[in-house]
Write a protein that binds this ligand. Structure first.
Ligand SMILES: Cc1ncc(COP(=O)(O)O)c(C=O)c1O
Length: 474
């Protein structure tokens, strides 16, 4: 490795680029020279140039965008993994159904509001035309089947496609180990039903997707919130402590690009999580709904990949990637599969047949991978743009997560900004956001909001500016 004045060569190149960024030559969002240009400009090898950029990426000064190049990151500080709260303050909470939660869910499909808080993909990025054509042709070809019940476990052709793709998540299953559900929420509901009884305690991440917190409440369960960090997800140390102190019936987590933190659990941590729970015979309910939305080509594996005891229940759906309104998801229930199948039949017999047929054909004809490549690029670009805008317009001291997939950002504003007040003020400007307090049952995250970068245009850009102004005016 070359060394100049005590500096390694790649560090020297990296420092030079950093100086140019700090000096304003390259501004947030600007494209940087390619690896080849960098190597020729500094007279260093391609390897050294790559190392220089890798170092800057690790420090979140620059970012690589798939098939596009290297760009300067927005300047807002990243939400780093804060010291976790002391585990002995954790206690299971009784859940009360919040009116606000209902109002926010209703707002998500209110056309007069800009849905900046909702984790719903925008129709302009979904294969609407193609799916409609496929659906029409499936209905013509399989008329009788399309109006009949497809009893659990559901459409065989679709289960085959899902089983084939599961290899990408590190899980090898046969089609008969997959059961089709009406979306991921139903999959999680079935998993909770199969593993818990009213009054039981389940461990969840904190902050956590509010709909699941409400679901837990509806089922008469108690949620024990385990601190989670933006970089690595649920704290295993806190979970271990919680298991020692409480009787936990199941653990529900979103290891790949969780909602709302966007954290990606490293593989070793997924493995550790699975073995920790297996040691205590506690089922893990894994929601992998965002896993396919990784920025780049390396889809993260599922925690289920480390399951040796059939104790991990894998849940997902096509709601974030293809069509939320189709209501098609699936569950791989391991040792609970039989019970899950019984429950599915009892609760609603079957999932809608036409949408299962259409999705089976869409997956079989190869449209999905092409579509994924396109939306991954769009979301990576949108997240970067939104980060840039928040950094520019939100009050000094605002921090933002930097997920490597999905389209959700978690924003931490200065302590004196009230997220609930901002939510109500946003509504007066026809903007809907999701305030932080919804993501817990224990009165936290009062200065946080969740934003969605599913769609970017000038109206969204103006809305971020408006929110920033409102948050600054406190
Ligand atoms: C983590 C997570 N799981 C599940 C869902 C909903 O899934 P579905 O629409 O497939 O029921 C959402 C939607 O926001 C989500 O964020």
């Amino acid at each position: 490795m070359g060394r100049t004045d005590g500096e390694l060569l790649y560090e020297k190149v990296g420092n030079e680029i950093t100086r140019m960024i700090e000096g304003g030559t390259y501004r947030p969002g600007d494209r940087l020279p390619s690896i080849r240009q960098l190597s020729s400009r500094f007279g260093v090898s391609i390897n050294t140039a790559m190392q220089a950029y890798a170092g800057l990426e690790d420090r979140h000064i620059i970012e690589a965008r798939p098939q596009s190049g290297y760009y300067v990151c927005a300047r807002a500080p990243e939400i780093v993994d804060d010291p976790l709260p002391r585990s002995d303050r954790m206690a299971p909470a009784e859940v009360t159904i919040s009116d606000l939660c209902q109002q926010i869910i209703r707002n998500m499909t209110n056309d007069s509001l800009l849905p900046l808080g909702s984790a719903i993909p925008h129709h302009s990025h979904l294969p609407v035309e193609k799916l409609s054509r496929i659906m029409a042709s499936e209905l013509r070809m399989h008329g009788k089947q399309s109006i009949s019940y497809m009893m659990a476990p559901g459409c065989e052709r679709l289960r085959k496609q899902i089983a084939k793709r599961s290899i990408l998540t590190g899980v090898s299953v046969r089609p008969d180990e997959v059961l089709i559900t009406s979306g991921c929420v139903e999959a999680v509901l079935l998993a909770l039903r199969a593993t818990c009884r009213a009054g039981d305690t389940i461990a969840v991440e904190s902050p956590f997707y509010f709909n699941f917190l409400q679901l837990v409440a509806e089922m008469g369960l108690k949620a024990l919130e385990i601190p989670s960090t933006p970089r690595e997800g649920i704290s295993l140390e806190a979970l271990r402590y919680a298991i020692e102190q409480n009787k936990i019936s199941a653990c529900l987590v979103i290891p790949n690009f969780g909602n709302p933190l966007g954290s990606l659990m490293p593989d070793e941590k997924k493995q550790e999580l699975v073995s920790l729970l297996a040691e205590h015979e506690i089922p893990l309910i894994e929601d992998d709904i965002y896993g396919d939305l990784v920025f780049g080509n390396d889809r993260p594996i599922a925690a289920k990949a480390f399951d040796r005891k059939g104790l991990v229940i894998y849940c997902s759906s096509f709601s974030k990637t293809i069509a939320p309104g189709y209501r098609v998801g699936w569950i791989i229930g391991g040792r609970f599969q039989k019970e899950i199948e019984r429950l599915k039949m009892m609760i609603n017999l079957a999932t809608s047949s036409p949408t299962q047929l259409a999705l089976a054909e869409f997956l079989a004809t190869g449209g999905y991978d092409h579509h994924l490549r396109s939306i991954r690029r769009i979301y990576a670009r949108n997240m970067s743009r939104m980060t840039e805008l928040i950094a520019r317009h939100f009050p000094e001291g605002t921090k933002i997560t930097r997920p490597k997939g999905g389209f959700i950002l978690w924003v931490e504003m200065p302590r004196d900004v009230d997220a609930l007040k901002l939510y109500h003020e946003g509504l007066e400007h026809d903007i809907s956001i999701t305030p932080g307090p919804l993501f817990t049952l224990t009165n936290k995250f009062g200065n946080n909001i969740r934003l969605s970068a599913a769609y970017m245009d000038e109206q969204v850009e103006r809305a971020i500016e408006t929110l920033g102004r409102l948050a600054t005016r406190r």
